[in-house]
Write a new protein. Structure first.
Lengths: 114, 109
């Protein structure tokens, strides 16, 4: 069974803080993704990575950065958290970058920025 | 750009059938995914269509028409546990997904 875990289920941070969200997958997947999910907007892709030390911008990368130093771990960084980054953050992984490869999602981190 | 449309909410009775439509306008289209997401949980994979036609998996079926930019998810013999959000997502090269806003299905007894 593929398992994708995220470091926290709930997180409260203050405006201007640097925030790290961690994601780990245990199935040797090549690809990892970070999304945010907001009511009515669905899941929106922030960043993704096809390999260690590689990263690609998604649809809404502004205000975020990522790090992938090891294959199993993909970190999302909010350099200076703002209230409009309050959201549910979901990490996902897939085995390969083929178009039909299922993405496996973690349980999500609900981040509140006050 | 990418644009995925699906209804916001649908209600149906236990034992009935519900069809969730999804229309898409995407560049570099490489297939259509459906995911199920129960409240407070992670999305889980239901189906993937890359060719035109109907794919059946037990009580769930998914249809794709590439020429019309249209897909639907059909849920048969609805059960209470099917109450969830259903997410339509188009795939492009590199397994990059673009999601619709999700359709919340409420199954009533």
């Amino acid at each position: 069974d593929v398992k994708v875990t995220q470091s926290s289920r709930y997180l409260v941070k203050r405006t201007g803080e640097k925030v790290f969200l961690e994601c780990v997958q245990d199935m040797d997947h090549e690809n990892m993704f970070w999304y945010r999910q907001d009511p009515g907007l669905g899941l929106r892709l922030i960043y993704f990575s096809y390999d260690v030390k590689m990263k690609e911008k998604g649809d809404i990368p502004e205000g975020y950065s990522v790090s992938r130093e090891k294959k199993e771990r993909f970190s999302l960084i909010l350099e200076s958290a703002s209230t409009n980054q309050t959201s549910m953050y979901l990490c996902a992984s897939s085995l390969l970058s083929g178009s039909g490869d299922e993405q496996y999602f973690g349980p999500g981190t609900r981040l509140t920025v006050t | 750009g990418q644009n995925i449309d699906q209804p916001t909410e649908m209600t149906a009775t236990e034992g009935a059938i519900v069809q969730i439509n999804c229309t898409y306008q995407t560049s570099g289209f490489n297939g259509l995914f459906w995911y199920q997401q129960h409240a407070g949980e992670a999305p889980t994979f239901l189906s993937y269509n890359v060719l035109d036609g109907l794919e059946e998996k037990g009580r769930f079926s998914s249809f794709l028409s590439r020429s019309k930019g249209y897909s639907y998810l059909l849920l048969k013999e609805l059960q209470m546990k099917d109450s969830a959000s259903y997410l339509c997502a188009s795939s492009e090269a590199g397994n990059k997904l673009t999601f619709g806003g999700g359709t919340r299905v409420l199954v009533k007894p």
